[in-house]
Design a protein around this ligand. Structure first.
Ligand SMILES: Cc1cc2nc3c(=O)[nH]c(=O)nc-3n(C[C@H](O)[C@H](O)[C@H](O)COP(=O)(O)OP(=O)(O)OC[C@H]3O[C@@H](n4cnc5c(N)ncnc54)[C@H](O)[C@@H]3O)c2cc1C
Length: 281
């Protein structure tokens, strides 16, 4: 449980951090809350030779309302979000991450940059159609959630880019639900489902469902979305649509669940999340 030897720097500007990461190449890693990276290093599954700690950089911790949406600095911790009811599904998902100690250290930027399919925030970002801002030696760019998560623990961020902000658009008129199943309250999701529903005159005008831990990246449950869009919003239609939530998924089996059991959970949790989002609990 002792990580391999590494160099550590804590620059106080974003430009310096980017320069250090660019110099270090693939062997250098940004360090945020350290609650995913350090355990990986201790287990010797990652061995960066340089850690560039972001904690002294100003301006990465703000949470700002923006035309009804949210702009969240990358170093914002889960605990800074968990009690902000006005942030809806973001607050709900943050409150379900691990325990208070982890939420006090883990950051939204780290959670999204790490690309762990079992993490909760990536599915929320996908369902809300959010995006991230990243800065590297060539300047700043935004990356939409649909392009961000590329494979298991892989994202579209390059080694010398720092994720500076997570943005979520206004969700006026959308109901939301996030459901997560784990063996113990503070565990990672065996499966999770984030649902957003826009209702109009009792029918489903639009719907988005994103699944946690049902593949190598967070996934949209498109078949279930298509089945519900345009339909009256009642328990029967929601249950029928949710039956299609696992379509096209290829979850891996692990110590907690077989792929079939995960597919069962995806259907069940999607149904519950949709019912919450539609307000027909
Ligand atoms: C016991 C335990 C239980 C947990 N349970 C859950 C859970 O139920 N749900 C959940 O979602 N998460 C869970 N986590 C993970 C936690 O949410 C972490 O905070 C999160 O995954 C990573 O955030 P971090 O700030 O700790 O990132 P770090 O560990 O510091 O970094 C993770 C990775 O992201 C990169 N990175 C970090 N920040 C940036 C940035 N701004 N720009 C570019 N790259 C960056 C790092 O280089 C590294 O590769 C758990 C962690 C622990 C230890």
């Amino acid at each position: 449980m002792i990580p391999p030897k590494f160099e550590y720097v804590a620059p106080d500007s974003l430009d310096d951090a980017i320069a250090l990461l660019a110099e270090g190449g693939a062997d250098a890693k940004a360090l945020a809350g350290g609650h995913s990276l350090i355990p990986l290093m201790k287990a010797r599954l990652a061995a960066p030779s340089l850690l560039v700690d972001l904690r002294k950089i100003d301006g990465l911790r703000s949470v700002e309302s923006d035309n009804g949406g949210w702009r969240i600095g990358a170093l914002t911790t889960h605990s800074q979000l968990q009690d902000r009811d006005e942030m809806g599904v973001l607050a709900r998902a943050a409150s379900l991450i691990a325990d208070q100690q982890v939420r006090n250290r883990g950051t939204i930027g780290g959670s999204v940059a790490h690309g762990d399919p079992a993490a909760d925030m990536p599915a929320v970002l996908l369902a809300t159609d959010g995006e991230v801002t990243a800065r590297g030696p060539d300047g700043e760019r935004t990356i939409g959630a649909t392009e961000l998560f590329t494979d298991l623990f892989s994202t579209a961020l390059s080694d010398d880019e720092i994720l500076t902000e997570v943005s979520v658009p206004a969700l006026e008129g959308w109901g939301w639900g996030y459901e997560k199943f784990s063996r113990r309250r503070e565990d990672w999701a065996i499966v999770g489902a984030c649902a957003l529903v826009k209702a109009s005159n009792g029918s489903c005008e639009d719907v988005r469902i994103a699944l946690t831990n049902m593949g190598t990246t967070p996934l949209r449950a498109s078949a279930a979305e298509d089945a519900l869009r345009g339909q009256p919003l009642d328990a029967e239609r929601i249950a029928a649509a949710a039956e299609q939530a696992s379509e096209g998924t290829e979850p891996s089996g692990d110590l907690n669940a077989t792929p079939d059991y995960k597919r069962h959970l995806a259907r069940l949790l999607s149904r519950r999340a949709l019912a919450q989002a539609a307000g027909i609990d």
